[in-house]
Ligand binder design. Structure first.
Ligand code: AMP
Length: 212
């Protein structure tokens, strides 16, 4: 079986599990659905296990179903209140039920080697922001990529640039986000990711705060 790997601190690591954040809605364009199927096909080809929110709705469903019907592995992590609302996928390789959205994100972070955000809504933005913040605080150092279908993330990325220009986001943290519009190039970049050195910024923010 072929395995995927990435290089971190000159060390080759297997990329066995990738967590995908994406819409619990379908979106209005066919291309979102097609990209979810395409991502699933690449996971199958590269023997990558999908970690995701565990739902049976929206783009999440397309992604999970495409992998499952081709005998791939899918791990869903879902808070019990959502399971009670019957949106859980019933045929997953594994469904892990947790107590809260916070616990879900922590487990997703721990279990996965990398993160991909596809088009989605507030749930997707929340998960993306949490993983970027974990990198920023060095709770982990794991690649985070956006699969930018139809320039969906364009305005968000422009806003991130604005936050850099206004002094609220460090440029190296902004640049640490991988953005691609094809699955092949995104996976390639996730595998060759090396974390930026970020120790200094804590000293910098302390210094600038004590000046005022
Ligand atoms: P959204 O982008 O707002 O549609 O939310 C999608 C993201 O939030 C997914 O990555 C899920 O982890 C989580 N999420 C939101 N709604 C649900 C749902 N009904 N079932 C499972 N997960 C959900």
């Amino acid at each position: 079986m072929q395995n995927s790997y990435f290089c971190q601190n000159s060390e080759i690591k297997f990329m066995n599990r990738i967590c995908v954040f994406c819409g619990s809605s379908m979106g209005f364009r066919e291309s979102y659905k097609i990209m979810a199927e395409n991502l699933a096909q690449h996971f199958l080809k590269e023997n990558i296990t999908l970690v995701y929110g565990g739902a049976n709705v929206g783009l999440m469903k397309i992604l999970a179903d495409t992998i499952l019907k081709n005998n791939g592995e899918v791990i869903g992590i879902m808070p019990k209140n959502l399971v009670e609302k019957e949106v859980a996928h019933n045929n997953l390789t594994e469904l892990i039920v947790v107590n809260s959205m916070q616990e879900r994100k922590l487990l997703m972070a721990e279990m996965s080697d990398a993160f991909i955000a596809m088009p989605g809504g507030f749930g997707t933005f929340d998960e993306l922001a949490e993983m970027l913040t974990f990198n920023q605080l060095r709770i982990h150092d794991k690649p985070v990529g956006l699969l930018d279908v139809e320039n969906y993330f364009l305005n968000l990325l422009l806003f991130f640039d604005h936050a850099v220009n206004e002094g609220f986001v460090r440029e190296e943290h902004r640049d640490n986000i991988i953005v691609e519009n094809s699955v092949a190039s995104l996976l390639k970049k996730l595998k060759s990711y090396s974390p930026v050195k970020m120790d200094k910024w804590i000293k910098d923010i302390k210094k600038e705060s004590y000046l005022h």
